[in-house]
Design a protein around this ligand. Structure first.
Ligand SMILES: *[C@@H]1O[C@H](CO)[C@@H](O)[C@H](O)[C@H]1NC(C)=O
Ligand SMILES: *[C@@H]1O[C@H](CO)[C@@H](O)[C@H](O)[C@H]1NC(C)=O
Ligand SMILES: *[C@@H]1O[C@H](CO)[C@@H](O)[C@H](O)[C@H]1NC(C)=O
Length: 253
């Protein structure tokens, strides 16, 4: 550092006062500044160009589901823990909402559960014991999709669609091969729900961690939407990117 400063001051000392007319040197400086300006402007434009291109780049559909795939396979789950009664012959569809924390999945789940025949069971894999190895995961999934899983979201014997919410960091990424296999085997629809605005998601993560510690008067967390009333209040405000696919698109390669 010291050496650098010495060199610098030497250089400064070497510079002699210009002998040419001040007007000439001023014109040179002006031209130089103009050239620099044009160059910088050009580079900026180029950057903006790539940025916009990235922004509008669309996610490509790997495989379009055929019409047959859209017509669901009929399932007649026979739960062990209760009888489906009059609805034992009604088909049931299986789904899993795949998302990340603070992406609006709670809001989306409330929307689904507001239908009498839909039952979405929440983040069942938030409990570590259920996801510490593949066999535990499959066992949990079997219970959900055999309709033997009971939460406050379980409706009645007439449930026509059953699923739950799965965050990417809850064992899903670690065991994706086996999970894809299982999903294909049981015909489970994966609903990918990601928030388009990542910055908002990050802000929300921070707000939530604050909210968790803060004790509110009524003992509720304001950053979560759970009741139907809260849901309808928020319905107009949020733009989510929703892709419902009939296949699970994480590949093995
Ligand atoms: C998975 O973990 C459970 C304990 O939670 C254990 O009993 C079981 O043997 C483990 N299975 C495998 C395949 O490691
Ligand atoms: C939805 O639920 C109602 C009452 O619980 C039932 O009568 C009806 O059959 C169900 N619909 C389907 C498609 O299961
Ligand atoms: C608590 O709940 C009551 C009524 O349910 C409401 O009027 C009040 O504003 C709530 N307080 C807070 C801090 O949310």
């Amino acid at each position: 550092m010291a050496e650098y400063i010495c060199l610098f001051s030497k250089d400064t000392l070497i510079i002699k006062p210009p002998k040419k007319s001040p007007l000439f040197s001023r014109t040179i400086a002006l031209w130089f500044a103009m050239l620099c300006g044009v160059y910088l402007y050009g580079t900026c434009l180029k950057h903006v160009g790539t940025f916009t291109m990235l922004k509008f780049q669309n996610i490509q559909l790997i495989q379009k589901p055929s019409l047959e795939a859209l017509i669901p396979t009929l399932h007649y789950p026979k739960p062990e823990s209760f009888s489906r009664g009059e609805c034992s012959l009604n088909p049931v569809r299986f789904f899993a909402i795949i998302s990340m924390q603070r992406s609006g999945s709670g809001w989306f789940e409330t929307l689904l559960n507001s239908h009498i025949n839909v039952s979405s069971n929440g983040e069942i894999f938030s409990v570590i014991d259920r996801r510490n190895n593949v066999s535990n995961i499959i066992q949990t999934l079997e219970r959900v999709y055999n309709l033997d899983w009971f939460t406050s979201a379980s409706k009645n014997e007439c449930s026509a669609a059953v699923g739950f919410k799965w965050m990417l960091n809850q064992g899903l990424m670690e065991h994706h091969r086996e999970i894809v296999e299982y999903f294909n085997h049981r015909g489970i629809s994966a609903i990918f729900l990601f928030r388009r605005n990542l910055l908002r998601r990050m802000v929300s993560v921070l707000a939530n961690s604050y909210d968790r510690k803060a004790k509110l008067l009524n003992g509720t967390h304001k950053s979560h939407v759970h009741s139907e009333q809260e849901w309808s209040l928020n319905a107009g405000c949020c733009a989510f990117e929703l892709q419902a696919n009939y296949q699970f698109y994480i590949t093995n390669k």
